[in-house]
Ligand binder design. Sequence first.
Ligand SMILES: [Zn+2]
Length: 511
Amino acid sequence: MLFASLLLPLTAFPQGKDSLMVAAIIKEATENSQLENLANELLNGIGPRLVGTPKMQKAHDWAVANYSAWGITARNEKWGEWRGWERGITHIDMIEPWVKTLEGTQLAWSPNTAGKSITAGLVIIPDLADSMAFQNWLPAVKGKFVMISMKQPTGRPDYNWDEFGTKESVEKMKKERTAQQDAWRKRISKTGLTNSTLALALEKAGAVGIVGSNWSAGFGVNKIFDAKTKKIPTIDIGLEDYGLLYRLVESGKNPTISVRADSKELGMMPTYNTIAEIKGSELPDEYVMLSAHFDSWDGGTGATDNGTGTLVMMETMRILKKIYPNPKRTILVGHWGSEEQGLNGSRAFVEDHPDIIKNMQALFNQDNGTGRVVTIGGAGFLHSYDYIGRWLARVPAGYKQALETRFPGSPAGGGSDNASFVAAGVPAFSLSSNSWLYGSYTWHTNRDTYDKIVFDDVRNNAILTAILVYMACEDPNRTQRDKIVLPANPRTGEPGKWPEQRSPTRKGGVD
Ligand SMILES: [Zn+2]
């Protein structure tokens, strides 16, 4: 019996059973989709999921409650702790020379304004000769907000210029902008400080707040990261309002702004991964894993980074539990905490579960937006073309439109949580989406919100993922883990190296 199954040719997969299962997956995903409902609860009901915040905790509890309601075993697994912080209101107004409420927000982990508004004038980091001149200038920031970002010459994204501008005007704009960016970089480097040490130096010299604008090269869109200050607030202002203030300062019109930023420090907070499982019936100690980071930045609601990856994995689990409740291998899902600060949740899981890692058949991670999956690479596993090719063959054509495979591909060294597993030798694959202008419009931005989700694409991805997981579970063979010989580094000529497994930061957000 054993001998016979070892000799089973690859094509002897029972096609009838597979077709029925695939049809049932599609039916459930299409006629009983929970995606909109889950998205509304997570993104609008709970909101962004910054590590160390109460919302992140709430999201973990919400995920466990959903899995439990679907009859799936789930738990929150603690792997570390992080500086706890809770965002309150930010209100920013220009008071002089006229009144305007400005579009902006405090950065993550920004200190607050002690329950009141701070009203003050603004200064721009000047273009000085060297760090000595900068130190001499520093007392000028006392009692002022300091503007530390360049003024953008245009608020129109390049695609808009390319569509409507003349060739000459587009070239001129780009050339001038590049020169201006170079000059700004030099201006900052001549202070002798980096972007983060600069904020602290300004704070120490008595500035009342730091004002920046991290434009993301699209209409109305800024990236919102973390504050570097310890005592004074750091705010980001949208391109239009930042440009307004900057031009008023430059032309001597002395604008003043009023800023209120409420936030709470919560001490150290525990950090978790949510892990859920459908036990395997024949090979319970072999695993097929779904993977998507659960945390986000908090300028928007983390809808496409990584709400959509999260939704794909939750919906896939729900569908599989309903129509494939007794998988051959165990199905796991990992909703990772703190990917954004360095893949911490997934690195912790890899470190804490060597037994699972050793016996993992395959892992599928999604983390680049709402679009249909258009690329699956072999991650540098020599035989990946064989098993992924076979699994994909069972996906009906309509659900893999424009899908390209790249074999053997190369191992992810970072970028998302699949890299944590690849480093440990696990056949871990990224389900890579088409862009929908992810990089400029939603990735880490204030516009990463529910309305950017393309539900038909997310549904497509849940169907694709469910079929891949089913096939990986049922495959008569274990996946082979042989790695390709990596090409030599073209610069140094050194032989290519497989990425190394790294430990997570288990105590984060503190110096
Ligand atoms: Zn992400």
